[in-house]
Design a protein around this ligand. Structure first.
Ligand SMILES: [Zn+2]
Length: 332
């Protein structure tokens, strides 16, 4: 899960992360910790949506109108947002509320931004996404895919940028996820309660230390955090220069074809995720080894059910990888 989160924050175009697994395994803590690690972002002062002063192409209508003469907006630094979507949230809470009466009588748009606006340029975490109402899930996925939120009420419409990394969690035993929903997450990972006694003890000790004295705990880990932050910044800067040889793409496509994934989202995700991994590790060229390491998280949720094969999806991906590339030497 940590690797998946790091990779999508290096290249958000990979898409969101779906986390399967048990409750109480620190999923939301991990997302919150990652948002805290990321360097603060510059936002246009006074903008309701936290527009990026350097990206005028993606500004909201208000920023566009205000700075159309070309003078640079005032900006300040702000932490990367990490927004929790509670299960009982209403549609208005998610997309924002439009006060029609005020809009019609005074002519001004009376729009109260929702959680999608707050998550812009950050993370939106949805615990138990499989229990969320279908129409809310659709709204979420539409916004995540288009990078904007459109609210329309009786002829009045408001649109604003909403580019965020969607992180969903869910326990498949408590409600099936629609396949068309799953396919729209870039990566999928499994988080299980640790079986190793030593690891369990380590986790509860750290948790207890944090609860007793958060300041000392954070100071103790500050160096490690700073190191991860630097690696992330370097990886983002390097991403555009990492090349992907055709031979590696061919292997990615062969793997998807072997597994029978629908459409081409599988290949695209393999390409982007392995490139982000190479950037993260300081490599200039993507190799089969990079693809191999992220194959399960990029493909496991895109497999069709196979009645003749009751192995879980991670095992099926890993088996296909080793069948195809087990004994072959790297092509790049
Ligand atoms: Zn704006």
């Amino acid at each position: 899960m940590k690797l998946a989160l790091l990779l999508v924050s290096i290249d958000p175009s990979i898409g969101g992360v779906m986390v399967f697994g048990d409750r109480g395994t620190g999923k939301s803590t991990a997302v919150r910790a990652l948002a805290g690690l990321l360097p603060p972002m510059k936002v246009v002062t006074g903008c309701l949506y936290g527009c990026d002063p350097a990206a005028s192409g993606s500004w909201c209508d208000a920023c566009r109108a205000k700075y159309k003469d070309g003078h640079a907006p005032k900006a300040h630094a702000s932490p990367v947002p990490m927004v929790d979507l509670p299960l009982g949230a209403t549609e208005d809470r998610l997309v924002g509320a439009l006060d029609l009466e005020r809009a019609l009588t005074s002519g001004e748009k009376a729009f109260e931004p929702g959680l999608l606006a707050r998550a812009h340029r950050g993370f939106l975490y949805v615990d138990e996404v499989n229990l969320l109402e279908d129409h809310l899930v659709d709204l979420l996925l539409d916004a995540a895919a288009t990078g904007e939120n459109v609210v329309e009420r009786e002829g009045v419409s408001v649109r604003h940028p909403a580019r965020f990394v969607l992180v969903g969690s869910g326990n498949p035993e408590e409600g099936e996820l629609r396949p068309q929903l799953l396919d729209r997450f870039g990566l999928a990972v499994d988080v299980r309660t640790p079986e190793s006694i030593a690891l369990r003890i380590d986790v509860i000790k750290r948790r207890d230390a944090f609860d007793r004295d958060p300041t000392t705990f954070l100071a103790h880990w500050a160096k490690v955090d700073a190191k991860v932050r630097r690696s992330l910044e370097k990886a983002r800067a390097r991403l555009d220069t990492v090349s992907v040889p055709d031979a590696v793409l061919e292997r990615a496509a062969t793997l998807c074809s072997q597994l029978g994934t629908d459409g081409l989202r599988g290949e695209l995700t393999l390409l982007r995720t392995s490139r982000a991994l190479a950037a993260f590790e300081g490599d200039d060229v993507v190799t089969t080894e990079h693809v191999r390491r992220i194959a399960a998280m990029a493909l496991r949720h895109r497999l069709r059910r196979n009645v003749l094969d009751d192995a879980d999806s991670t095992t099926r991906v890993e088996r296909a990888v080793s069948d195809l590339w087990g004994a072959t030497k790297d092509v790049a």
